[in-house]
Design a protein around this ligand. Sequence first.
Ligand code: AMP
Length: 452
Amino acid sequence: MSFENLGLAEPLLKAVSEAGYATPTPIQAQAIPAVLNGGDLLAGAQTGTGKTAGFTLPLLHMLAASQKPVAGGRRPIRALILTPTRELAAQVEECVRLYGKYLPIRSMVMFGGVGMNPQIEALRRGVDILVATPGRLLDHHQQGTLDLGNVEYFVLDEADRMLDMGFIHDIRRVLAILPPRKQSLLFSATFSDDIKSLAERLLDNPKVIEVARRNATADTIAQKIHPVDRDRKKELLAHLIQANNWHQVLVFTRMKHGANRLVEFLTKQGITAMAIHGNKSQSARTRALADFKSGDLQVLVATDIAARGIDIDQLPHVVNFELPNVAEDYVHRIGRTGRAGAEGEAVSLVCVDEEGFLADIEKLIKRQIPREVIAGFEPDPNARPEPIQLGRRVLHGGVGSHSGGGGRSGGSQGHGGGGQGNPRQGRGGSSARSGSRSDAGRRAGGTRPQGR
Ligand code: AMP
């Protein structure tokens, strides 16, 4: 299978070849012909599978093939791509520019946290493909600075993330302002009941394609657990980075302030580190990411929300400084390494408080992750698990510290609607995403990476 066989126009083949892609990835081999065929699509694929080219290439092809000359006036927006985060929006639009560089197609990225006026100016100049996060898109629509009445193609990227982040109402509002006749594509890493009902509402007789999930393809990722005492994790991390001469390490923490404290500690040890999370300004986040990608920054510390949509190729090291309390997040985190067939290493620093989370993760990925105690960092065998404070909630992650089946949450939130059957809920409602959807949306409000 080659890109030539997929029926893409010459300018696209040229750009793809310059990007260094020799063969289409499995999602591309399936999605590109399906989209070119004109029907709706429901695609199960995660970041790292090449899904972005899977929808941008056929979109560019179709837009270029049916482009009409515009005599004066504003060119209408013909394609809308909706993403959950600013970072993902920026990356998707970069792909549109990269693959479309030999086509007369104009694209634009739109997200919150930056001024409205430059965006209004860009819209005035004319845009064929708009890549946007929902909040700012709706702001523009309300202000009358955005006309979506000519949209022919609509892509919902990382739909499961959008629902996790409480964007369902925003998505519904966007759907309500789009023309009813359009070709729609929905990409999601998971197919929960919520995604299925969204797909039913949005898609008309869609073709369904799914590529192997990352937890099934994690063979190129070497996973390791370093058991360690909770108050020695920082030291151990600095030791691992220095002793192994690691560069480009993506480190995950559970909370923003934990990320900041860790950055302070690493900096004191002479390791260049920055945190990327929702409280940082967009320009600080963009700069941190650019420095990290270029290799100027050794360590990027991120929370799960901030890391969504970050695409860094062939990242050699991912470190779980703290294990996520939602097992699926582990799979997403380690998916940052070993992409596109490259080897990667994912290590987790696990203290006694987190052994229950580890058990959940191993159950999900159906394998035991090898343990390796680092000399000088042997954990205290008599240490007892302590509860973990997560915002206003208390999690019990230590083995034996949760009542079987009752979940790990000691918090007061009950189950809201819509959680049943959602694999991202975590067990027994321990997930930070338990509670009602609108509740999740409100909670996310303060740290919403997409902003307004
Ligand atoms: P995505 O899943 O869209 O985030 O893509 C993951 C990474 O794979 C991106 O950095 C792309 O540049 C890269 N990529 C996409 N398609 C191909 C391909 N056919 N061959 C090699 N790399 C690719």
